[in-house]
Design a protein around this ligand. Structure first.
Ligand SMILES: Cc1cc2nc3c(=O)[nH]c(=O)nc-3n(C[C@H](O)[C@H](O)[C@H](O)COP(=O)(O)O)c2cc1C
Length: 388
């Protein structure tokens, strides 16, 4: 018999379906079907349950339906969003990961004014850049609840901020008083069909850190403290003012870290070019007087994006090291990560020797790794930016 106290208070699968399928809807907004005030009131009442700083009710919602007003906002949106159309045209027909988003965004630029209602979420207060949480920070959680409430009722929208760049005109057209900040504009409509799917995002175990920034766990640990079995890891990230294609040659060259950190002294390919999955290289490591060689096996190699290798045994690696490059506009984000294996390394047996010290040994090893990885990432950044 199930324990009634442990039963979740909601249908979790259904709640998660709502949370994971509320998408940016642009091309599937039904422009032919009106959105009644009643539905908007309901959704705003739901949204107003979101937390607000100081429990002060300062949020305001502005609904625009009049065609001439929507037209003027649509023109402003198109002026701010012209770049989306340029990028969409450039990416059209390519396999660029953002091609679809820009095509859809460009569609919205042309059809913004056709949404049955434009709903603006605003707040009394100005963002003062003080760094303190303020009234302004009370809008976002509520605005997202508004989207969820729409989705639950068969409507949809997309979070748009481009009109924020035209705040002076927007406030003039709609009579928004000084002292109010308009934060987001939602083109709202019923959706054409209601089936939307979750998208691929980075999994929690790669972006959740425990006890220290950058300390990861590949698997949850029942103990709640770091264990060898949880696949402890380290992540270091830097933003680089250079294109990914300029950074890639450094990232995909196993000798690069040796130039910037102290533990890896040298590295050399032991298989012939071209290098890819299955290629091998030997790294010479040093800690104090101790010097040893490790054979490394390339386990993922995606030109311009991923260079990953496992140490010692590709099927049961002592550690998995990984460089990833991501485009952030014209810049790059470099992510350098490691996950410590359960065998085939020096750390695991040392940590397992005395269970009381397991977390401490792992923390110490990760501190050393983090320092070496940070030095490597900073070195790559300096080299790539210097080559600009
Ligand atoms: C802060 C923020 C600003 C955004 N601004 C715009 C915008 O001005 N125009 C637009 O078409 N989409 C905008 N979006 C929507 C994103 O492009 C969209 O969420 C993203 O493509 C991911 O799609 P998904 O929400 O379906 O996962 C914005 C999203 C956020 C969070």
């Amino acid at each position: 018999m199930s324990d009634p106290d442990s039963a979740p208070p909601f249908d979790v699968a259904e709640a998660d379906r709502l949370l994971t399928t509320t998408r940016a809807v642009r091309r599937r907004l039904d422009t032919s079907r009106d959105v009644p005030d009643q539905v908007l009131f309901e959704c705003i009442d739901v949204a107003e349950q979101a937390p607000t700083g100081g429990n002060v009710a300062s949020r305001r919602w502005l609904v625009v339906r009049r065609p001439d007003l929507k037209q003027r906002l649509g023109e402003l949106y198109a002026e701010s969003g012209a770049f989306m159309q340029t990028i969409a045209e450039r990416l059209d027909g390519t396999d660029h990961p953002q091609a679809e988003v820009f095509a859809s965004s460009a569609h919205l630029v042309e059809h913004f004014a056709e949404a049955p209602a434009l709903v603006i979420a605003g707040i009394w207060g100005r963002h003062d850049d003080s760094g303190r949480p303020g009234l302004f920070d009370s809008v976002l959680q509520s605005a997202w609840s508004f989207n969820l409430a729409l989705r639950a009722r068969g409507l949809g929208s997309v979070w748009t901020t481009m009109l924020n760049a035209r705040e002076a005109e927007l406030t003039e057209i709609l009579g928004v008083p000084p002292g109010v900040t308009t934060v987001v504009t939602f083109p709202v409509g019923y959706t054409i069909g209601t089936d939307f799917r979750p998208v691929t995002r980075r999994p929690a175990n790669e972006i959740t850190y425990f006890e220290h920034w950058g300390n990861t766990r590949a698997r949850p640990t029942p103990a709640g403290t770091a264990t060898v079995a949880s696949g402890p890891g380290v992540v270091v990230e830097v933003d680089i003012d250079a294109r990914t294609k300029a950074v890639w040659p450094l990232v995909s060259d196993p000798t690069t870290p040796a130039g910037f950190e102290n533990e890896l002294e040298a590295a050399e390919w032991t298989s012939s070019a071209p290098h890819g999955v299955g290629s091998t290289f030997v790294g010479t490591n040093r800690i104090g007087d101790r010097v040893w060689d490790i054979t490394n096996h390339v386990t993922e190699h995606i030109e311009g994006r991923v260079f990953e290798w496992g140490t010692v045994d590709p099927d049961d690696p002592g550690a998995v090291w990984r460089f990833e490059l991501e485009e952030v506009g014209p810049r790059s984000r470099l992510r350098f990560s490691v996950v410590i294996g359960e065998r085939n390394n020096l750390t695991a047996p040392m940590a397992l020797e005395n269970p009381a010290d397991e977390a401490k040994v792992l923390a110490g090893r990760r501190k050393m790794m983090r320092a070496a990885m940070q030095a490597t990432a900073e070195g790559i950044k300096a080299a790539a930016e210097g080559a600009n």
